[in-house]
Every structure is written in C-alpha cells, then in structure tokens.
Design a protein around this ligand. Structure first.
Ligand code: PLP
Length: 411
C-alpha cells in the first residue's frame, strides 16, 4: 500500500478546538501524550448514538437495545481489528490503567505465588507499576526492574539477565511516555516466552501512533486508552490471548458478566463479557470506534511518517538552542520530547509557554522512579500528533527563547 502524505491543514479543520484561542493567543497543543484532541466525527458519533439509539445493551428485546448492542459490539470489532486482534479477545475497560489492573488482579491473583517474580522496566508509567506492587504485596511475589542504557533505551542485556525460572510475567511499555523511545516489544515477548513467562505490553503511547499488530508482537496482553487516540475519555481496552482470558477468573462481579446466578454460586459469561461487569460505557465505546475509523482512514503509516518528520524538525531546531537537554535517545523514538532548558524549572517553562498559547506538560509524567533515575524531579514535555505543524514547533522554540530572556539567561 502506498503511503499518502497527510493533509495537515485539512485534518486541523476536523478538530474544532484547534481554532480556539488561549490567553488571547492561537492554541498550540503539544500535550498529546497526556491526551489527544477529538475530531468532530468522534463527537458526532457519540452524540448521534445518544440522540438516536441509546438504551441498555445485551438484554433488551426492543429495537433501541438491539441498536445499542450493535453499536457497542461493532465498536469492539473495529477496535480489535485496529490492533490486529480478534473481536472476542478484546475487553472494553476504562483505559490502560484499568486494563493493567484487570490483568494484575485476575491473571496475577490466579497465577502468582510467594517468590514468583514480576519483571518490569525502569521506565514504566505508574499505571504499569503500582498494580504490580499491590499484587506483590498480596501474593508475596517480587518485583524486578530491567535498567536503561545511558542514552535512555531499555537495556535488553539487563532484562535478559533478570529473566529467571521464577519470572511469571514481563510487563513493559511499548513507547515511553517520558523518553519517547520505542521498545523492542516483540523481542521482549520472545525472551519472556523462552523463560516460561508471559508478556504484557502497555500500549498507551503506541496504539495512537504506530501500526500495532498484537499477533506480530507476540505478546499475551496489550492495554491501551481511547482518549490518547482521538477517542473519548473513560474508554480503552485490554486485548488478551483467548486461552489466557478464558482461564482467568472474573475480577469484578455484577450484571452482564454472568451466565447463571444461584444463591449458592454463579457461572460466568464467555469472554470478553466475563470481564465487563455492569452497564458498559456504550457511548464512549461508540466514540472509540469512530476514532479508530478516523485514524484508519488516514492511515497509521501516514500518521507515523508525519510525526517522525515533525519530530526530526523539532529536535533539529531544539538541539540548536544553548542549554537544551533532551531526555531519551535521538533515534527509535516517537514525538514525545522530554527536556530541560538551562536551569529554568519545567513548571516555569510550561507556565511561560502557556501564556503564549503553547500547551506542554511539566512534571514527573507518572514516572517518578524514572525521574529518580534521571536525577531530576520533573521534565518539560512536548508531544506531537497528527494535527501538529512546523509552525507550532517554531512557536515552541520561540517560547523557550522568550523564557530564557524573561529569566535574564541561565545562571
Ligand atoms: N501507560 C503509559 C505509558 C501512559 O503514558 C499512560 C498515560 O499517560 C498510561 C499508562 C495510563 O493511561 P490512562 O490514564 O489512560 O489509563
């Protein structure tokens, strides 16, 4: 398939929010790693669903319930296909965090015993760390952490050395939300399997930006969030291998997830419904389906190519600035650019940029252990998506220069 260049100006028209002003300045939205903006098509799909077809799903005999069920289940099919998975292997959740908690509670509770090991990396988001800490506290399992190379890549030798006969799961992020680095997750899944462990991939920062095929990666679980990929907040998914999902116990009980309920016990619905207790977030699932259709129509390959080109431009311009210091490698990365700029604190940079309409993020990015490793308490982070432009990168650079002037240079 030939790759089409993105028509960014046309794409920007799909995102009404990009036309607004912030502090009297045109919005330059560079906080996409935290959450992306939404195209009108997604908002229309959600409102169209509520205005025309809403009812509770799965258990109604009336037309609206049938339409709502169709909308919900066809969103599941579209979202599963987007990441190369089968429909019945895709569980809707509130997002990456809930997906990982599901695995830690259900698979972890059933499979981990005292002395077993959970192997993570030093660059995990708190969402792929704290659920495992809770599980370890409950089961007596131990956490281990693969380290990083000096330029901020996953140290595969260290990971291999830490994989042992007690390792039950390797859980790692596909793309670091601070370093921007793309991890060799297929290689890690292979290593995990060789050691007799399973592999969970945190796809929060990859599903929006890379063509993902969970079968090609060879992982056992893949978790992601809708709101970072043009979809609504409060919806995401867990893809899991069918055999694993079928063998796992439910993690929350209630309606929708049962087959039969008696006073002395219950049996469970088939996967994925076994893991979806209660009325699901149907409108949000419909919105995520619309987001996936929107991204697929443009083509992930084209979106990725645009972001890589823009990131190269940004790094060329930024690394020319005296005092600019990039965290993470220059190659094998996406457009998540974490940096420090002289001795101006990241929060001051973000505030000064905000006054100029430029939205970036400052802080620990839910990566406190990584911050300790890097020896900082916070970084500034600019992150691009399909609608960002070269002019917006120029606005970021101008804003940084203005911050330096405001501070009278660096100490
Ligand atoms: N994992 C990574 C790598 C992330 O960047 C994020 C969000 O920033 C998450 C997990 C958590 O995602 P959510 O808050 O949507 O559950």
């Amino acid at each position: 398939m030939t790759r089409k260049a993105l028509d960014v100006e046309r794409i920007r028209n799909d995102f009404p929010i990009l036309n607004r002003q912030v502090h009297g300045q045109p919005l330059v939205y560079l906080d996409n790693a935290a959450s992306s903006q939404k195209p009108a098509a997604v908002v229309a799909a959600v409102s169209g669903y509520f205005l025309n077809s809403h009812a509770n799903v799965h258990r109604g005999a009336h037309l609206l319930s049938v339409e709502a069920t169709d909308a919900y289940e066809s969103a599941r099919a579209v979202v599963a296909d987007f990441i190369g998975g089968r429909t019945r292997e895709l569980v809707f959740t509130r997002g990456t965090t809930e997906s990982i908690n599901l695995v830690a509670n259900s698979w972890g509770g059933a499979n981990l015993a005292e002395g077993d090991e959970i192997l993570l990396t030093l660059m995990e988001h708190h969402s792929n760390l704290v659920p495992w800490q809770l599980l370890a506290a409950r089961t007596g399992a131990k956490l281990k952490f693969a380290g990083l190379t000096a330029d901020g890549r996953l140290d595969l030798d260290d990971l291999t050395a830490k994989l042992g006969s007690r390792t039950r799961i390797v859980a790692l992020t596909h793309v670091s939300n601070t370093l921007g680095v793309v991890n060799p997750v297929a290689e890690v899944a292979r290593l995990a399997h060789e050691a007799g462990a399973i592999c969970l991939v945190d796809g929060a920062q990859s599903a929006p930006h890379l063509e993902v095929d969970v079968v090609e990666i060879g992982c056992d679980f893949y978790a992601f969030s809708g709101h970072k990929m043009c979809g609504p907040t409060g919806i995401g998914a867990l893809w899991g291998r069918k055999e694993l999902l079928e063998a796992m116990p439910p993690w929350q009980g209630g309606g929708e997830m049962i087959s039969e309920v008696r006073l002395d016990g219950s049996t469970w619905a088939a996967v994925p419904h076994k893991f979806e207790a209660g009325t699901p977030s149907v409108g949000d699932a419909v919105g995520l389906g619309a987001a996936v259709r929107y991204l697929s129509n443009l083509g992930l390959e084209s979106i990725h190519a645009h972001e890589i080109e823009l990131t190269e431009y940004a790094l060329d311009r930024l690394t020319e600035l005296d005092g600019f210091d990039l965290f993470g490698p220059r190659t094998d990365r996406v457009g998540v650019i974490s940096f420090r700029y002289g001795d101006i604190h990241a929060h001051d940079l973000a505030t000064i940029l905000d006054a100029r309409g430029v939205a970036i993020r400052a802080g620990h990015h839910c990566n406190q252990p990584l911050m300790h490793h890097l020896g900082v308490d916070a970084t500034a982070r600019a992150s691009v998506y399909l609608y960002n432009t070269h002019a917006e990168i120029d606005a970021l650079v101008d804003g940084l220069l203005a911050a330096k002037t405001l501070f009278g240079g660096f100490a």
